[in-house]
Design a protein around this ligand. Structure first.
Ligand code: SAM
Length: 663
């Protein structure tokens, strides 16, 4: 058995950690020496999980993505595979260790020649490489059991689908931007039928050919980039001139911002990460001004309804529902259980206390839908108080979801296997039952009814979300943001025609999705729905940073870490702002300088860090194409930022059980 270097062992461990399970794939990744497929100068990086440059301006793909794609092909030892995009030959070598025969097509003659020579040297005799336009496949060797395309195509080429045998699989990155794609698996289920599955968001060099991108489009982009690198960006100088400098968050004069907000009914405040202190502090400062100077009535945030309801009770000094659940105890706790939020909560409580007794006070609500079981419990508990018979009915109906209580995501998987029937009817009927009795229930206590019905609506939408999450990432994203917008509309209705709301959520939820590549994938978000329904009455503010530290995890459910944010990408909006040379500023876009806004309308990359940050694959994992002035009405910049002060168990300080009540 081959002895493994430390690098290679760590590399294989990482692949397994990231979810690669197929033994044949792991074995192939272990066998093939990646260092033999890159230049000598890059050999030391061969076992980093990153793409590396090869000749002709191309790349050898990131190993994790090679493994993911190979696994998705579902190869058997007797299979014949076509690879489009030979590049270095590494991917073909991996395939050749699993399948019987590999055919590979490369567009660049020099790469095809070099890969062929390498593969022969390594004695991989079951691979043939030709030079040609692989977007048309290699019809002479068809049909194939599987086809993998290692370059991004605007759409899956028809020719490739036709060269699959029935039952065969095409794995391809496809999407209508040159830099970002969705990795898809297309299974030919019949002569004229296919099944399409979305596997991941990815970033590949373009597939250039008759059924891919035009050669022209490929050459324009790098040429533009070269020009940009040589010339200093005049846009940054304009930003510097037009921006309002923020000397400190506490002292900055927000009169101009409040004037620009005007009589907007909604102010949406974004964030470029879920773990940056300055974003929370600045949003808190703006929120206080909007409450005091413009009479905003409530805030609605990217948190679950039952958790936010605890804060609402606390700041308004109302009776809490008895609960055995702790607040903000689910991953990612630091998003709300942090010192910055705590300080705002204390301020809101004091503010509400200062109001005359008959006033409702400022409210705090959650828009998200990850609290399926807490919400079920709250509906039942409410009904037990007001209508015991209906409570029994609710127990029985919601019982349908009990088997997935500890792992709601497994509910979606059970639907896929067709083993269990779904619970759609039960959750929809339960909401209808509550709505039918609303006059009766709401007459006793309107606020408690709002809480119960919002939880019942959450259960209905979460059931659908979990049911669809494995079928389509676009549909499940849209369901989540539709739920958030629907909740916001109900809150506005509850608070009356003149009510005004402040929304706190990530840039990717509040920035108009139509102005980003999300929109071209068919995704909507709170921002795009607010634009559609409230037009200029919604004022959307985005936030950004160049570098610093951030609270984030490496994977879903993993512990929070304080991570360093890499300096922003040269082709990003962030880099333009950084080059303006100011520490922090407000930049009006809706009411901004026309020349600057025109310049900023040229699409660029924008960084989005959520609760997970993966600097190792930052470009692929965290950047997307956007058009800033169409996305936001204003942009707030902090060049160097620091992580939020978490109060949760991760930080070792504070007591999550008592948050926010153990002040
Ligand atoms: N599988 C490769 C490896 O392991 O090194 C990585 C390939 S690289 C990400 C994509 C390759 O696709 C490039 O070498 C590019 O020249 C090639 N390519 C782009 N369009 C093509 C086309 N129409 N036909 C064949 N190859 C193409």
């Amino acid at each position: 058995m081959q002895t493994l270097s430390h690098d290679k062992k760590a590399f294989l461990d990482l692949l397994k950690k990231r979810g690669i399970r197929n033994k044949a794939v792991i074995h192939a990744m272990r066998e093939v020496p990646r260092e033999a497929f890159v230049g000598l100068d890059l050999a030391e990086f061969a076992y980093d999980d990153a793409p590396l440059p090869i000749e002709e301006g191309q790349t050898i793909s990131q190993p994790y993505i090679v493994a993911l794609m190979t696994e998705a092909l579902r190869l058997e030892p007797d299979h014949v595979v076509l690879e489009v995009g030979t590049g270095s030959g590494y991917g073909a070598a991996i395939l050749s260790r699993i399948a019987k025969q590999v055919y590979s097509v490369e567009r660049h003659k020099s790469l095809a020649h070099q890969a062929r020579t390498r593969l022969q040297k390594l004695n991989y005799t079951n691979v043939e490489v030709i030079c040609g336009d692989g977007s048309l496949g290699w019809p002479e060797q068809a049909p194939y059991d599987a086809i993998v395309v290692t370059a991004g195509s605007p759409e899956p080429p028809e020719s490739l689908i036709k060269q699959l045998r029935v039952g065969g699989r095409l794995v391809i990155p496809a999407g209508r931007t040159l830099t970002n794609q969705t990795l898809m698996r297309i299974t030919r289920t019949g002569v004229e039928q296919v099944k399409v599955e979305e596997l991941a968001a990815v970033r590949f060099v373009p597939l250039v050919g008759k059924e891919g991108w035009d050669e022209l489009e490929e050459t324009i982009r790098p040429a533009l980039k070269r020009v940009q690198i040589r010339k200093p960006e005049p846009v940054s100088e304009l930003i510097e001139k037009e921006a309002t400098h923020i000397p400190s968050i506490e002292t900055v004069d927000l009169t101009g911002l409040l004037e620009r907000v005007g009589d907007a009914r909604l102010v949406l405040l974004g964030e470029a990460t879920h773990g940056t202190a300055e974003f929370y502090e600045m949003r808190a400062r703006i929120t206080k001004e909007l409450i005091q100077k413009k009479g905003f009535n409530f805030m609605a945030v990217e948190a679950d309804w039952p958790d936010a309801a605890q804060i609402d009770h606390f700041i308004r000094g109302t009776r809490q529902e008895p609960t055995d659940e702790t607040t903000f105890n689910r991953f990612p706790t630091w998003m709300w259980a942090n010192r910055q939020v705590l300080e705002l909560v204390k301020w809101l409580r004091n503010y509400n206390r200062s109001l005359p007794a008959q006033e409702q006070g400022f409210g705090f609500f959650g828009l998200d839908l990850y609290s399926l079981y807490s919400s079920i419990n709250r509906v039942i508990r409410y009904l037990e108080d007001v209508d015991k018979d209906t409570a029994k009915l609710a127990r029985w109906r919601y019982g349908c979801l009990t088997p997935w209580q500890s792992e709601p995501t497994a509910y979606g998987i059970s639907g896929l296997t067709g083993k269990d029937r779904d619970c759609e009817r039960e959750v929809v009927e339960m909401l209808h039952t509550l709505m039918k009795k609303r006059l009766d229930y709401a007459a006793r206590d309107g606020r408690r009814f709002l809480d119960a019905v919002s939880n019942a609506r959450l259960v209905k939408n979460a059931e659908e979300y979990y049911r669809l999450m494995y079928l389509s990432s676009v549909k499940s994203w849209n369901l989540r943001d539709q739920h958030m917008f629907e909740t916001l509309r109900h809150l506005l209705e509850f608070h009356g025609d003149d009510s005004k709301a402040i929304i706190w959520a990530h840039n990717s939820h509040v920035g108009n999705a139509q102005a980003t590549e999300m929109g071209s994938r068919g995704e909507i978000n709170i921002g795009s729905q607010c634009r559609e329904h409230f037009s200029e009455q919604a004022y959307i503010i985005g936030f950004g940073t160049h570098e610093g530290t951030v609270a984030a995890a490496s994977d879903w459910g993993k512990p929070m870490e304080i991570k360093s944010i890499l300096p922003s990408h040269p082709d990003s909006y962030e880099r333009l702002c950084h080059d303006a040379g100011l520490n922090a500023f407000l930049l009006p876009l809706r009411h901004g300088n026309r020349k600057l806004v025109q310049e900023l309308k040229k699409p660029r990359l924008q960084r989005a860090i959520g609760v997970i940050y993966r600097p190792e694959t930052e470009l692929v994992s965290h950047y997307y194409d956007a058009c800033l002035p169409n996305q936001f009405d204003e942009y707030i910049w902090f060049d160097k930022t620091r992580a939020v002060d978490a109060l949760g168990p991760e930080s070792g300080i504070g007591n999550p059980e008592t948050f926010p009540f153990g002040l």
